[in-house]
Structures are given as C-alpha cells and as structure tokens.
Design a protein around this ligand. Structure first.
Ligand code: AVJ
Length: 326
C-alpha cells in the first residue's frame, strides 16, 4: 500500500500519559481549575468530535465544506505545481482534506499528503476517506503539530501547502495564534502556502447553539475528558455529577467551555495520589474557541510575516478559509 505511518525516535521526552498526568495535576490544583482541550482527542473523543462535525447545530464543518468544494480547483490553479506536499495539522477524519487533494489531482498535480494528528484514531478514520494511489502518497504522523511538522519537513523537498482547517486555530488565544503562525512562517520556505480556516464572529445565538448542540454531543465530548482521566489515571469522577456549560465571551470574542461540579464533592485520582475538592458549581475551564473578524485575520497575517493570497468565504459569511504565502 501507499500508506505509511511515520514515527519519531523518542529522546526520553514525556510520553502522552505523563503529559496528561502533569496537565491534570497542575490544572486541577489551580484556581480557577482548568484542563487543556488538547486532551479531548482520545479514541472516544475523536469519534464524538466527528459526530459533532456532522450535526447541523455545529455549522462550522458544513460551511467549510461548502467553501472547499467550491474552491478546490481554483486552489490548485493558484498554487500551480507539478507535485506538491500537502501537510495537514489536526486532520480528523480527512473528508475536508480529500476535497482539496482531489482538486490538485484533477489538475494533474501529484500529491504527497502528510496528515499530522495527535490522535491515532484520526489516522484510522482518515484511511477510510482517502485512498492512496500512484498520484497520491500518504504519510500519516501521530504527533503534536510542530513535532510532526519537523519530522515531515525532514522528508520533503517539494513546494508545501500547510492546511490548518476547521478553526483549529480558535483553540489558541490571540497571542498564541500569533506565536503559532510566526513559528510556522519560520519553519517554511519562501513561497510555500498555508490555508487556514477561521470561524467568523456572528450572532451569539448561533454560536451558542453550535457549542450546546441539541443531541448533547458537545456535552459528551467535554465530559469524556473526565472519563479519560478515570480510565488512564484511575480517577473517580462521577460523570453524572458534572454538567457541560458553553458560553460566549464577547470581550474575548471566544466561546468558552466548562464542566461544572453540580455538587460539593471530592475526586480522587490514583495515579496522582491526590484528592481534588470541588465546591458546588465550581468550574473546570476546558476550551476556548476564538472567533474572528476579517480584520482580525488580516492583522494576524501582517503580524506574522505572511502575505494574503486570497480569502474564501461561504455564501452567508459564517466562515473563512484564507490562503497565505510565505
Ligand atoms: C476542533 C477546535 C475547531 O473549537 O469549534 C467543537 C472543537 N469544541 N465543539 C471548536 C469543538 C466543541 C472545535 N475545534
């Protein structure tokens, strides 16, 4: 087969398990309590997230699919190469990647696809959506963004197009997105491209509905992190005593996700040999999903060294995919 899984040498760095333990220890000892959204994506979390993307309340994915379907041919024309390396950060099930890849293949361009995802499950889901052949090689990488990018860049020599879709960038605050993009700019070559998906600021009711979907998937997704801690670190969170709460912060311009402890309780975590106390309705902050205006996007581009090639939006202006060049 043309599918290959790249792996890294480990240099005695923390394993994923250690990382989770450290995150939980520091996050639950802090005030206010917090955990990082990065840890949502175990196998179960990745599957729940995939279901979220298919739910009509979570409009982001449908809007981005609308955009990518329309522009995939145009993208290939703009980039205009015989062979290209497409590197995707946080690829999920790959069905959006496929739209872009197909645009390149149809224009006769050879594609080497390097999906990078923290979740092994994503690599499995992706292989059902994207089938390699003579014109399309796939090199999956299970790693964090920049670890994966470094590994991929050591193997690749063609013009690169980096995809960071779905408003994944929304998980970073404004400073972190700047830092991230600057680092990306430095690690690419002159005239490489990036295509980034941004969810736009819009009616708060629409935002709130997307992060409190009627099927309860977002609630499940967030509570699964507590379940993951139970499983991997021997925690004794009782999930029915916690409640999902998603709210828009208009000052930050971000959706915020919390789980609230619906009663006063103690939670013991075996691997940490510690008990964490929760007051009634105390919150654990889990996620930011930042939203953007057109000028937020242009500022980011300008501040980080890129040049805007073109912005692509859906008919209702809910979402933007923005093509930038180094
Ligand atoms: C994958 C980070 C883009 O913030 O919209 C979906 C994750 N969280 N529903 C987002 C998520 C709750 C999603 N991103």
């Amino acid at each position: 087969t043309h599918f290959r899984l790249l792996t890294q040498d480990s240099h005695g760095e923390n394993t994923q398990d250690d990382q989770l333990a450290i995150e939980v220890l520091t996050g639950l000892s802090a005030s206010p309590k917090h955990l990082s959204a990065k840890y949502f994506y175990d196998d179960i979390g990745s599957e729940i997230f995939q279901k979220i993307t298919q739910h009509e309340d979570y409009y982001l994915t449908a809007k981005e699919v609308e955009i990518l379907t329309r522009i995939s041919g145009q993208l290939a024309q703009l980039v205009d190469e015989q062979e290209i390396d497409i590197i995707e950060l946080g690829v999920g099930d790959g069905h959006k990647s496929k739209l872009i890849i197909d645009g390149f293949l149809q224009s006769g361009c050879k594609v080497n696809f390097y999906p990078i995802d923290i979740s092994e499950k994503a690599m499995v889901m992706l292989q059902e959506n994207i089938i390699p052949d003579d014109k399309l090689s796939i090199h999956g990488v299970v790693a964090e963004y920049f670890e994966g990018l470094k590994l991929v860049r050591s193997q690749s020599s063609n013009k690169q197009l980096v995809l960071f879709l779905g408003s994944n960038i929304g998980n970073f605050n404004r400073e972190q997105s700047q830092g991230f993009l600057r680092k990306l700019w430095m690690s690419l070559n002159a005239s490489d491209y990036i295509l980034i998906g941004y969810d736009l600021k819009k009616d708060v009711n629409k935002l709130t509905a997307a992060y409190n979907d009627r099927a309860g998937l977002t609630a499940q997704f967030n509570l699964n992190l507590l379940h993951r801690i139970n499983k991997e670190l021997g925690g004794n969170f009782q999930l029915e005593k916690f409640q999902h709460f998603g709210v828009y912060n208009p000052i930050l311009g971000a959706m915020e996700s919390y789980v609230l402890s619906t009663e006063k309780q103690d939670v013991y975590i075996e691997a940490l040999q510690r008990t964490f106390h929760f007051d009634a309705y105390e919150a654990i902050h889990l996620e930011y999903s930042f939203k953007f205006t057109q000028s937020d996007i242009e500022c980011l581009c300008q501040q980080t060294g890129f040049k805007v090639t073109k912005h692509f939006t859906d008919e209702q202006h809910d979402f933007v995919d923005s093509l930038w060049q180094v």
